[in-house]
Design a protein. Structure first.
Length: 313
């Protein structure tokens, strides 16, 4: 009897083999904002942009991934990538860098749910780029003009991602930092001689034109060690479109929907890419099928969790 061909999210291949780089497979899809309020997805097809291609290995890609979740008339699934030349300046290893992971991640659930990584290591191993599990992820919040329930959604979503991954987030307070695509990985004048904390900011298209039509944009910045295979995320951006999410907050179940947006964006921050299964939270179009991480999402988060500590800087 011939073997059934399963969709990509139902494969049982080993995790490093079940994921292809985004730039080889993903083509953005498109959706209206109203779809999140409807009983099911309602896609609005438009011509798809050309597929992206992998950047040269010799220059690590800065994935300020800018991946969206909801739209009004614009598109879903776009990623902004640019090459960066890493400078020798690195902060010294801090006292808070432990020799073992700070938390214990959830075990990967059984099942066939799939996942994809935003970026893989540059040594051909196909292992994902991830955060160092042995030190906390510092973050600051620009909460000016947050919609009702917005900051509560952020707090709840961070607690959930901590519980699943074992990663630890440390709140460094509020900030007046204005988000920009070329945000530096280190900003000594504002944050001292350390990696810039993850910036979580409420914004709008007037201040940040790149978020026009998007409910959320997010991604993290990888920095390479002294040898291949040591890329790690050190900072990032998580931007939330106040104008879009004010609408969502007013819908029935708006708080849960807004939390789902933040969870989706945090999935990108820790390294997950979009998948083609509408039952997963990392599906690029808004649906009513997922308001929390599903099995495939959790399998991917498990693959991004734990692991050895980085002790070079």
């Amino acid at each position: 009897m011939p073997r059934a061909v399963l969709p990509p999210w139902e494969t049982d291949q080993p995790p490093w083999e079940s994921v292809r780089p985004r730039w080889e497979t993903e083509r953005p899809s498109w959706e209206s904002l109203e779809a999140l309020a409807a009983p099911g997805p309602a896609p609005l097809p438009v011509p798809q942009p050309a597929a992206r291609h992998q950047t040269p290995r010799s220059r690590p890609t800065l994935l300020v991934a800018m991946i969206l979740v909801l739209v009004v008339t614009a598109g879903l699934g776009q990623a902004l990538t640019r090459s960066t030349v890493l400078t020798p300046r690195r902060p010294a290893l801090t006292a808070e860098a432990a020799s073992t992971p700070l938390g214990v991640p959830e075990p990967a659930p059984a099942g066939r749910g799939g996942y994809r990584f935003l970026q893989e290591q540059d040594d051909g191993s196909h292992h994902p780029v991830r955060w160092d599990p042995c030190r906390p992820i510092h973050y600051v919040l620009r909460d000016a003009s947050a919609p009702p329930g917005g900051d509560a959604a952020i707090t709840s979503a961070i607690a959930e991602i901590e519980r699943i991954t074992g990663l630890r987030f440390v709140y460094d307070g509020t900030t007046d930092e204005v988000p920009r695509p070329d945000r530096p990985t280190m900003d000594p004048g504002r944050y001292g001689h350390r990696w810039s904390p993850l910036l979580i900011a409420w914004t709008d298209p007037q201040e940040y034109p790149g978020i026009t039509g998007y409910a959320g944009l997010s991604g993290s910045d990888p920095v390479a060690g002294d040898r291949p295979g040591t890329l790690r995320y050190v900072t990032g951006l998580l931007l939330l479109n106040r104008e879009h999410l004010e609408q969502v907050a007013g819908w029935q179940g708006g708080e849960a929907r807004m939390r789902a947006v933040v969870l989706h964006e945090l999935g990108h921050v820790v390294g997950l890419d979009h998948v083609s299964d509408p039952g997963e939270l990392m599906y690029p179009r808004p649906t009513v099928l997922a308001f929390d991480f599903a099995d495939g999402d959790r399998r991917g988060l498990a693959a991004l969790s734990g692991g050895p500590c980085f002790r070079d800087f």
